[in-house]
Design a protein around this ligand. Structure first.
Ligand code: ASP
Length: 326
């Protein structure tokens, strides 16, 4: 029988009210599965394992190294698909981490919920059902890690959380979903996984990649204070990859010593390469040695840079890796 492995990491999908107020992680993966209608009719063997029980803002890179290992172990043990239940706040970073570190044709699907199981209209059971259907779908093979929410299937490199509370919080801005579920059946028309695999090295825990979001009037002082403790820096630039002229000296100073990746804070689209020519423009910053993030958003660019640094990558390999996302 086809086996789907479900690995629990915590998140709203697994939360229940606490005595102190507010919901907190409470249910394990087996309890989540028990609450999903319709699984018995699917002719699938579903196994569960609880790896973490955390709200996803508290997931760390060490947890992701453990998760990548657990996913790999399930695949090596014959799972036809792997589902990870996870908080939605950082689901897109976890999905990209798995995409980059688990080189497999086997579908790896991350899902969560915007409403806790005890809320009216909880979306967890429907999301988990859909994720299991996608994980079991032959058409999902080779697409890399996926995020399934609200009957939509998103590629790890495209997906973003774009709303604080809506059950329609997830999208793939500028690209659109790789598929959807119709009456519970996956309809997929995805693009293959990027051919880039990096080790899920425990060294990620000892490295720090800073994420600096640029804003109007930024003079670079914040970067100057924070940059010194960073092994690499991601700039979430204005527009198509810009910073104020006053910030350029600080950016250039750091780019001479550590990899500095240029992404955009806009939420969609790629950093440009050759359009603007003023101080602080994308042309100026790339000339000063910044690395082009392509369409990877700042949080995802940070995951990729961290994995590259943990693997000992130097500038040339870092630039080449980001070129996959142009
Ligand atoms: N709001 C979050 C969630 O959807 C909390 C978390 O990310 O754990 O799960």
């Amino acid at each position: 029988m086809t086996r789907i492995a479900v690995i629990g990491m915590g998140g709203t999908i697994a939360m229940a009210p606490s005595a102190a107020g507010g919901v907190v992680p409470a249910f394990d993966a087996a309890e989540l599965i028990a609450a999903v209608p319709g699984l018995a009719e699917l002719d699938l063997e579903i196994t569960t394992c609880g790896l973490r029980s955390l709200p996803s803002p508290s997931i760390g890179f060490g947890d992701l190294v453990a998760l990548a290992g657990a996913v790999r172990a399930e695949i090596d043990a014959g799972a036809a698909g792997v589902v990870v239940t996870h908080g939605t706040d950082t689901i897109e970073e976890t999905a990209l981490f798995l995409d980059l570190t688990v080189d497999t044709e086997v579908p790896v699907v991350v899902t969560g919920a915007m409403r806790a199981p005890t809320s009216a209209g909880a979306d967890g059971p429907a999301n988990l059902y859909a994720a299991i259907r996608v994980a079991a779908a032959p058409a999902a093979r080779g697409l890399g890690a996926l995020v399934v929410m609200s009957d939509e299937v998103h590629g790890a490199r495209f997906v973003r959380k774009g709303h604080t509370s809506s059950t329609a919080a997830f999208g793939s801005p500028g690209f659109g979903p790789m598929g959807l579920l119709v009456e519970g059946e996956p309809r997929l028309r995805g693009v293959p996984r990027v051919p880039l695999t990096l080790p899920a090295s425990p060294a990620v825990e000892n490295l720090r990649v800073g994420l600096i979001t640029v804003a109007l009037g930024d003079d670079g002082e914040l970067l100057r204070h924070a940059g010194g403790v960073c092994d690499g820096i991601v700039i979430a630039g204005l527009g198509a990859g810009h910073v104020p002229a006053a910030m350029v000296p600080a950016v250039a100073e750091f780019a001479a010593h550590v990899p500095v990746v240029l992404s955009s804070r806009t939420g969609s689209g790629s950093v440009l390469r050759q359009t603007y020519g003023y101080p602080g423009s994308e042309r100026d910053l790339l000339d000063r040695g910044l690395v082009h993030a392509g369409f990877l958003d700042p949080a995802k660019a940070r995951v990729l840079l961290l994995l590259l640094l943990a693997d000992g990558a130097e500038r040339e390999r870092i630039v080449a890796a980001f070129e996959h996302y142009r």
